[in-house]
Design a protein around this ligand. Structure first.
Ligand code: GLV
Ligand code: MN
Ligand code: MN
Length: 416
């Protein structure tokens, strides 16, 4: 295979994996943490090495832009995110960032000058692990986040997103300045690990995504009343955790009944005051619901909200926020075709597929032509320390995107 350098890909991914708050227990890299900052410096250094001009926006997204025959034309963007879930893997996000770096490096090595600028992007806060709001940075880029939201969203220690940003030199109050008008982006292409078993089971090299499932995330606060666990009779309790459990046990059932691969998960739960001998006075938990069928998604959301409200009364109060709601997203058929054409020319085994995970690509899809390429995940595992994709498989995905980007940017060799 001509081009993409597997040693360089491995080196960069291994280096990024070092920036974790939980060494030996997977990747834990919150966006504005010390590890996030170390990853930031490394990514910027690699962008500079690939000959890109580097800038960061007001909330910390990193952009590396190439020279171009016509620098005023809209960019062809490539990349992904560099934050992680707690104790996640080394590939979810970084594989796509390294793809962007490698594509830029190949342009440099092969002396290619694009007509449309190539722009490598490394995005913050895709996972929502810090502030309970997935796709935060890409939502901001398409104008769907305001400063008030960044002041309101808090991490589990009660620090607002705006505060965490300010601590490392970013400015939530300038979030409007990160919006990229549609006229500045010609296309956005992301590489991601599949995070599921389909490609591996069928021994395929790449998946070209046509639809990303719809996703919503609810943040539910249930308040009751604290009391002594030994002396408060069972019929005089206002136990917030018992009420929360009624909901948590039901949501999976709503999803199962909806079918169509609809799924629902409570992955985050905070109990206050969190003492073994204290009746819980407050519980905050998330409900993540996904479906490729927009109606099924809405149906499960409505059932879940009704179930939450049913817990109200007898001293229990419920409050629901819905920081994320994205409809199932269709990606661009022309980019899909181009990716498939280049995959075929490279002799890769490929298929079209649906993404059950959310991706920054879905926010850009309302704005520009978007493509998303999957590479196989070992045992279909992701959001886990053992997440793994062979470097040679990532190399194949990068090669497809490189060829496609060469075509979309209308690149030519400046020696010829
Ligand atoms: C990101 O991994 C998501 O699907 O939430
Ligand atoms: Mn991801
Ligand atoms: Mn993820």
């Amino acid at each position: 295979m001509n081009g993409a350098n597997v040693e360089r890909i491995q080196r960069q991914l291994e280096q990024l994996a070092e920036f974790t708050a939980t060494p030996g227990e997977g990747t834990t890299r919150m966006s504005y943490s010390p590890q996030g900052q170390l990853a930031r410096e490394y990514i910027k250094s690699q962008m500079l090495e690939a000959g890109l001009s580097v800038r960061e926006d007001a909330i910390g997204n990193i952009f590396g832009k190439s020279a171009a025959q016509d620098p005023e034309l809209p960019s062809v963007m490539v990349g992904s995110h560099f934050d992680s879930v707690p104790n996640g893997g080394a590939f979810d996000g970084p594989a796509g960032v390294v793809m962007g770096l490698e594509v830029a490096k190949l342009f440099q090595e092969q002396r290619l000058l694009p007509r449309y600028p190539l722009e490598v992007v490394a995005l913050v806060e895709e996972e929502g692990s810090s502030f309970g709001r997935g796709l935060l940075a890409s939502s901001a880029i398409v104008g769907k986040v305001d400063a008030a939201e960044l002041h309101r969203l808090c991490d589990s220690q009660g620090r607002s997103a705006a505060h965490c940003m300010a601590e490392v030199g970013f400015d939530a109050d300038r979030v409007a300045s990160v919006v990229r008008p549609a006229s500045t982006i010609k296309a956005f292409i992301e590489l991601h690990i599949e995070q599921g078993p389909v490609l591996e089971q069928a021994s395929l090299d790449v998946g070209i995504v046509d639809v990303i499932v719809g996703i919503t995330q609810l943040v539910v606060t249930i308040t009751g009343k604290a009391g002594h666990a030994g002396t408060t009779p069972m019929n005089r309790r206002q136990d917030a955790l018992v009420a929360a459990c009624q909901v948590i046990a039901q949501v999976g059932e709503f999803a199962r009944q909806a079918g169509e691969e609809t799924v629902a998960t409570t992955g985050k739960l905070q109990v206050f005051p969190n003492g073994a001998n204290v009746i819980p006075s407050k519980v905050i938990f998330t409900v993540d619901i996904r479906s490729k069928d927009w109606h099924k998604l809405q149906q499960v959301v409505e059932q879940t909200k009704a179930c939450i409200h049913q817990q109200s009364g007898a001293g229990i109060h419920c409050h629901i926020e819905q920081p994320l709601l994205v409809a199932p997203t269709q990606l661009d058929p022309e980019i899909h075709q181009l990716l498939a054409k280049h995959g075929e020319a490279l002799g890769l085994k490929q298929r079209t597929m649906v993404s059950g995970a959310g991706h920054d690509a879905m926010m850009f899809a309302g704005q520009t032509a978007v493509g998303l390429v999957f590479v196989p995940s070992r045992d279909g595992l992701s959001h886990h320390p053992d997440e793994w994709t062979d470097y040679a498989q990532i190399q194949k995905g990068i090669e497809v995107i490189f060829q496609t980007v060469k075509e979309i940017t209308e690149a030519s060799n400046y020696d010829e």
